[in-house]
Design a protein around this ligand. Structure first.
Ligand SMILES: *[C@@H]1O[C@H](CO)[C@@H](O)[C@H](O)[C@H]1NC(C)=O
Ligand SMILES: *[C@@H]1O[C@H](CO)[C@@H](O)[C@H](O)[C@H]1NC(C)=O
Ligand SMILES: *[C@@H]1O[C@H](CO)[C@@H](O)[C@H](O)[C@H]1NC(C)=O
Length: 217
């Protein structure tokens, strides 16, 4: 009895001591440059010896270059996260360049670990996000060059180039490793596939329709 009471008490204390974390845990030192040779599994990546840290660990070049948008959706995301800049480890931030062909789409997706703030550098974009259940309210906006828009952490969002010219956006994300779940790919292109029964019921369609969509992924 006493033991279970202490257990409950310590669980409550632990809850009270951990504020709702909106982003990556904060750093306990100036930097913790990722050691990509380490076999240690921690939340994030192990630090390399600070004495071996070089300026290149904080550097990436080439985000000025347009990327190839000749693909099914007509967009291309260049993510500069901790895998590209090891110095981002534990710093809770990353960025991305997104190129859009005319009518190109960055399809509905989620970043499980990051809020995103996006600025349009060239062209115009129709953007939006959907709130969680039960409302599923859609917020949308037409953006032009210089406009900035926020996509709150964990919500489904998209960007669509409604124009006839290329568009370019730069996004900052509140995690060293925001993660990406593209809804259509995850649901209809999982390996192995989610069973027909599940998808047919979830989307309220017949199995033929499920197969037709799955064939696209
Ligand atoms: C680790 O990082 C170094 C320096 O950035 C790079 O040259 C090397 O290819 C990386 N190794 C792996 C396994 O990613
Ligand atoms: C994005 O562009 C790069 C270079 O322009 C290309 O190598 C890559 O395959 C493209 N990715 C997609 C998904 O089209
Ligand atoms: C872009 O990618 C497509 C499809 O992979 C390819 O056919 C085309 O040559 C690429 N364009 C450039 C400029 O690299």
């Amino acid at each position: 009895m006493a033991a279970s009471y202490i257990l409950l008490l310590s669980a409550l204390l632990a809850l009270a001591a951990s504020p709702a974390m909106a982003g990556d845990p904060s750093a306990l030192q100036d930097f913790c440059v990722a050691d990509n040779t380490s076999d240690v599994f921690v939340n994030g990546l192990a630090c390399k010896d600070p004495k071996l840290v070089k300026v290149e660990d904080f550097f990436f070049s080439g985000l000025d270059k347009p990327r190839n948008t000749t693909n099914k959706v007509g967009s291309n995301v260049t993510l500069v996260n901790v895998n590209r800049i090891p110095g981002l480890n534990t710093l809770g931030i990353s960025m991305a360049r997104v190129d859009f062909a005319p009518y190109g789409l960055n399809p509905p997706h989620i970043h499980p670990r990051a809020t995103e703030i996006l600025t349009v550098l060239e062209g115009s974009l129709y953007v939006g996000f959907v709130t969680s259940n039960p409302d599923n309210k859609l917020f949308t906006k037409m953006l032009t060059k210089g406009d900035v828009f926020v996509f709150p952490q964990g919500l489904i969002h998209f960007q669509f180039n409604h124009g006839t010219k290329n568009a370019v956006a730069l996004a900052a994300l509140s995690s060293q490793n925001p993660g990406l779940i593209t809804i259509a790919n995850a649901v209809f292109g999982s390996k192995p596939a989610i069973s027909d029964d599940v998808l047919a019921k979830a989307f309220q369609v017949d199995e033929k329709t499920v197969h037709r969509i799955q064939a696209q992924f």
